[in-house]
Ligand binder design. Structure first.
Ligand code: B1M
Length: 219
């Protein structure tokens, strides 16, 4: 049953069909399928397929835009459910999150924020195209424990390095940790720019932040 549902979810992203994506997300919740399983087993494979086809010039920018709209429609149903499942936990620390300067990809970053919120963190999501200066100003003002910088483009990964460098120049590290992620980001890149950590996916990001918070003691 869930395999068919996951296949239909994948197809709704490929078709760029927000109404179908939304109604399948509701079916998943009504059937007791964990929202994260629906995201990872159904919708994300659809996004990956669209991305591959775009890379091969078999799908085009309007297809990516439509796929993103369908994904956002599904997330509109799944997000509150993810938050509800983690709602009763106490605040475990403050995380400032955003997508690097010049980059407007928001879906993965938003999912990371949702899971961190559902895991008990206070999340300040600065959105997309965020400058290093904005990360630094908000993180200082909010007394953040961790800053997370997402990048989906090889060209905007350098924005992650700029955040690390600015935090060092302003003496914000090591008190505030800087972690990075996004499809093109690797452990090697994280080490090269001396980030405090890297995660491949949203669950990995939660584990990474848990580990950093434990290492530095309670917030
Ligand atoms: Co764009 N895009 N896009 N795009 N897009 C990619 C990234 C691309 C790989 C497609 C391709 O060519 N195959 C390619 C990048 C190539 C490269 O740099 N090497 C690309 C391109 C080229 C572009 C444009 C330049 C296209 C153009 O205009 N010619 C343009 C750039 C715009 C800009 O940012 N300045 C562009 C635009 C867009 C849309 C606006 C149409 C749309 C985004 C809409 C939106 O977000 N509102 C879009 C989309 C949808 C994609 C793909 C298809 C899907 C991205 C996505 O949402 N994935 C993408 C192909 C792909 O990735 N397969 C592609 C689903 C999401 C859940 O996964 O974001 O990877 P992801 O997040 C994961 C992990 O990466 C990780 O956890 C998340 C959940 O598990 N993670 C973190 C993410 N952030 C993290 C932070 C962390 C830790 C983990 O800690 C802080």
């Amino acid at each position: 049953m869930s395999e068919d549902l996951f296949q239909a979810m994948r197809q709704s992203i490929i078709d760029g069909a927000p109404d179908t994506a939304r109604s399948l997300a509701q079916t998943a919740i009504d059937s007791g399928i964990p929202p994260l399983s629906a995201i990872q087993g159904g919708y994300v494979p659809g996004m990956n397929y669209v991305g591959e086809q775009f890379g091969l010039r078999r799908m085009f920018l309007p297809d990516m835009v439509a796929a993103a709209e369908a994904m956002k429609a599904a997330m509109g149903v799944l997000d509150p459910e993810l938050k509800r499942l983690g709602a009763e936990r106490p605040s475990a620390g403050t995380i400032v999150l955003g997508t690097a300067k010049g980059d407007i990809h928001e879906i993965g970053k938003t999912l990371v924020g949702t899971l961190l919120g559902a895991s008990g963190y206070r999340v300040l999501d600065l959105g997309v195209d965020v400058s290093p200066e904005k990360f630094a100003a908000v993180a200082s003002e909010a007394g953040a424990n961790v800053v997370g910088v997402s990048a989906l483009l090889t060209t905007t990964m350098k924005g992650q390095r700029s955040v690390v460098e600015l935090f060092d120049r302003e003496g914000l590290r090591p008190r505030i940790k800087v972690v990075i992620g996004g499809a093109p980001v690797t452990r090697q890149w994280a080490e090269e720019i001396r980030a405090d950590g890297f995660a491949k996916d949203a669950l990995g990001a939660v584990n990474l932040v848990h580990g950093l918070m434990q290492a530095k003691g309670p917030a």
